[in-house]
Design a protein around this ligand. Sequence first.
Ligand SMILES: [Zn+2]
Ligand SMILES: [Zn+2]
Length: 424
Amino acid sequence: MYKTLTFALLLLGFSTWAQDHNLKKDYSSVENKVIEWRRDIHQNPELSNREFKTAEKIAKHLKSLGIEVQTGVAHTGVVGLLKGNQPGKVVALRADIDALPVTERNDLPYKSTVKSTFLGEEVGVMHACGHDTHTAILMGVAEVLSKNKDKIKGTVKFIFQPAEEGAPPGEEGGALLMVKEGVLSNPDVDAIFGLHINSQTPVGTIKYKPGGSMAAAQRFVINVKGKQTHGSQPWGGVDPILISAKIIDGLQTIISRETELTNEAAVITVGKITSGVRFNIIPESAELIGTIRTLDYDMQKHINRRMEEMVPAIAKAYGGEATIDIKSSTSITFNDLALTPKMVPTLQRVAGTENVVVHKAITGAEDFSYFQEKVPGLYFFLGGMTPGNTESFPHHTPDFKIDDSGLLLGVKAMTELTLDYLNM
Ligand SMILES: [Zn+2]
Ligand SMILES: [Zn+2]
């Protein structure tokens, strides 16, 4: 309650920052280009850490605008630096540029027919998460801002990030590698903004959530050790499959009985169990693999600690042994509690107050979180569904579709967040 109140007061306090930047002409001249770039990138998708042609297109465009360009960052990433006419803070804007191993089923003039290999298999490649729109939007923002250096009090860093969907096994990549390679320093970034298009939110709508917006993802592996015996004589051994069942049951009670779900969502999922060879043998061991999703670090700590206590204890209770290994794969996409209310009036100005809504926590994860771990950031969602559409398809599916008419709002939002922030 206290948090909500403070948040509302901050909103009121900062609404005076809302100002018009007189960019109408620049927006209308860039809209068609953004749509063209988007369609071109859509038709030529590239998998994570393999975004060679996409990176070339981005670098060429930034150079044509007189922006200082660095290529090959975190493999195929492109970073542009635009200095304004006056000194000031440094804002980073991030777009992810990779596509997915999905075969497109849409009937579009710019449909992807690209094929590639993924984990040794031939796959179709498609921008089934909409990162083509993110790339085109940020190229558009670069164009508008480079024409308005006189309005920029500080520096803008354009981060075109590869491998948001995850680097291929055995490779590093994505936001974490970009941070490791120093993308947030030299010059040091003061704040970062990013967006994700959404196929199930109508064009014109912006959604955001202060605090934990998208979940931290962790992967766990549980190894259960029993004692092998004949399936007809269980008393002669220790059954690791039964122990696994008890462990799964126990883990779910951490969520349902110990986690304050009214504060934030939390999920434990066991996604894979491997054990046994045939029907009449009680095997020696079992392996359980799963994921944990949390939106609050205290909750994450509690859940992790209880899993570590419970897993060996349950195994012991049934005469076996078990170990658990938890590894974090993505942090919480956490919208800074000071920065977010300062920037909401900008979003309201570009989209219309009634079109800016607070969304519920999302248990999916996003590696933009690695930037937000280092610097205050705001990550929001942009509507990409044709207004009035009754049918929309989720991200990562062959029928996923984005309406181009939603892109300009993304350009406006990112451009004006930058200008407003640098003027604060
Ligand atoms: Zn995705
Ligand atoms: Zn995505």
